[in-house]
Design a protein around this ligand. Structure first.
Ligand code: ADP
Ligand code: MG
Length: 228
């Protein structure tokens, strides 16, 4: 599966991670191509977040090899905004370059929050705060987004809106993404390919056949059902 292709954006090979005696990742191979959205499904505690952190370079204690990590941005389930900084300052944090405030304004506009740059995080709804987290990722112009259950804490309607926003941004920016989710419908709606993490390994892999947007009669659903 994870034969290294020159066209791969990021490749993880033989990724192992244990906590004490508990082996969470037992030699995972994974590769993501430019512009490809890959959903990573798995039960609670199956190691999805651990794998995402390894790919993000946030885990120094994992074994194995990650190559080709490009410009990567991470979005977590909690927005992780700094409460003592205004929204625009949160988005700008750590962004290099001279035209940062213009880029921040553009990123906020892209997530529908052009007017909220001066707001404090505490003044935002959960959905708005997560939009800011997405803007904070976008402003880095990533070629790879790593998203750890990014919409998992939102109510159903807000989640739908965020999923639509994700598809719009993806069409525009053409980033690749690894989307950790435990929501099968979300995986089918957003991903080109679905991986299932089980017992420390990628147990199943299913392409999702048709272009977006998907309908319930989309063969991709059957493809995943077969994989499951
Ligand atoms: P998932 O995101 O799929 O729910 P995680 O990757 O968060 O799963 O966790 C996988 C397993 O590793 C769980 O059993 C969890 O308790 C354990 N784990 C994760 N991080 C740590 C840690 N820092 N210390 C000890 N155990 C951990
Ligand atoms: Mg997790």
């Amino acid at each position: 599966m994870a034969t290294r292709l020159d066209s791969d954006l990021i490749t993880g090979r033989g990724i192992r991670r244990a906590f004490g005696d508990t082996v969470v990742l037992a030699g995972v191979d994974i590769a993501i191509r430019p512009g490809e959205v890959v959903a990573l499904l798995g039960g609670s505690g199956s190691g999805k977040s651990t794998l995402l952190r390894v790919l993000a370079g946030l885990d120094d204690d994992a074994a194995g090899e990650v190559t080709g990590r490009g410009r990567t941005a991470v979005v977590f389930q909690e927005h992780r905004l700094l409460p003592w900084k205004r929204v625009a300052a949160n988005v700008a944090l750590g962004v290099p370059g001279t035209d940062v405030s213009a880029r921040v304004a553009r990123a906020l506009a892209e997530v529908g929050l052009a007017e909220r740059g001066a707001a404090w995080p505490a003044e935002l709804s959960g959905g708005q705060a997560q939009r800011v987290a997405v803007a904070r990722a976008l402003v880095r112009e990533p070629d790879l987004l790593l998203l750890d259950e990014p919409f998992g804490a939102l109510d159903a309607l807000t989640r739908l809106k965020m999923q639509a926003l994700f598809n719009r941004l993806r069409a525009e920016h053409r980033f690749a993404a690894l989307l950790v989710t435990h929501d099968v419908d979300e995986a089918l709606l957003l991903a080109d390919r679905v991986l299932i993490l089980e017992d420390g390994l990628i147990a199943q892999e299913s392409p999702v056949a048709l272009p977006h947007p998907r309908a319930p009669d989309d063969p991709g659903f059957g493809g995943l059902r077969r994989a499951l």
